[in-house]
Design a binder for this molecule. Structure first.
Ligand SMILES: Cc1ncc(C[n+]2csc(CCOP(=O)(O)OP(=O)(O)O)c2C)c(N)n1
Ligand code: SF4
Length: 277
């Protein structure tokens, strides 16, 4: 990391699509800084995969890299295919909470269970941003959305805990307010051999903030600060005390066999057996 970070080095010269104060910009900035600090001067060794939604626009077409947009919720299966064909590449998925933990949830759980060596960055703005503010599986209890005018009565999904339990090598949650921790988590995720998951809790002032009476990104970040608890502290709190709190920190970090390792070993065994016959 000899030269200073300039975001334009990694971005095509295109206007970005995000609203003022959108956390997607912070997540993009954070990820590119993480690559810079890991000494990646370009993204030739990366492929980005995303579905549909505001967060799905983070990599593509803006990053100077190969990228692909899949159907809504199907970025992880596409990323899995890429990783199987090109295990030498860093395959990174970006998506919203609707894309990754709603319509794409089963793919997420099975990718974590298989421990396939890809990184998934889920930008959790607690709502379906791009389509105008419908309830998401991550919407906190009691929050009014266009589809829950009396407040959401489903408890939100703890996606990071689910992914950690399913078998991921690495899982962490931070808000965009925790820029340094989020960047360090991204560095760890990119350098982790197995499945790595990062949940970036992120402000959507346009469709989430204004519905709960927070008028801009600064107010949303203050709201994050008031409602965030470190995981170590949360371990000592009751379920009632933790209701609607954003628990941040590392949920899993272990070295273990990946799906790709297993597949390569099996292919070698099969080749050897075929030569014998
Ligand atoms: C199969 C399918 N169903 C529904 C949609 C409509 N749709 C587009 S984006 C989206 C949800 C976006 O929410 P999220 O993934 O949380 O991303 P955000 O825009 O909040 O970043 C939906 C339901 C679609 N494009 N395709
Ligand atoms: S609608 Fe929300 S998530 Fe989408 S770009 Fe605007 S602020 Fe960001």
């Amino acid at each position: 990391m000899t030269e200073p970070f300039t975001i334009r080095k990694y971005l095509r010269d295109l206007p970005l699509p995000f609203c003022k104060g959108c956390g997607c910009l912070t997540v993009m900035n954070c990820f590119l800084r993480a690559l810079h600090e890991l000494d990646y001067h370009d993204m030739r060794k990366f492929v980005f995969c995303s579905g549909i939604g505001c967060a799905a626009w983070i990599p593509s077409p803006y990053f100077k890299a190969d990228s692909i947009h899949a159907a809504h919720g199907r970025s992880i299966p596409v990323a899995t295919g890429i990783k199987l064909m090109r295990p030498d590449l860093n395959v990174i998925v970006f998506g919203g909470d609707g894309d990754i933990a709603g319509i794409g949830l089963s793919h997420l759980v099975h990718a974590a269970r298989r421990n396939i060596g890809i990184t998934v960055v889920m930008v959790n703005n607690m709502i379906y941003g791009m389509t105008g503010g419908q309830v998401a599986p991550t919407t906190p209890l009691g929050i009014k959305t266009t589809t829950t005018p009396y407040g959401s009565f489903d408890p939100p999904l703890d996606t990071t805990r689910l992914v950690a339990t399913a078998g991921a090598s690495y899982a962490a949650r931070w808000t965009t307010l925790h820029f340094e921790q989020l960047k360090d988590a991204m560095k760890t995720a990119v350098t982790t051999n197995g499945f790595a998951f990062i949940e970036a809790v992120s402000p959507c002032p346009t469709t989430f903030g204004r519905r709960i009476g927070l008028k801009d990104a600064a107010e949303m970040l203050r709201w994050f600060k008031q409602n965030t608890t470190l995981k170590e502290k949360a371990n000592e709190m009751t379920e009632t005390e933790l209701a609607n709190r954003i628990v941040v920190g590392k949920f899993a970090h272990t070295e273990k066999r990946t799906f790709t390792d297993h597949l390569q070993e099996t292919l070698k065994k099969a080749e050897k057996a075929a030569r014998k016959n």
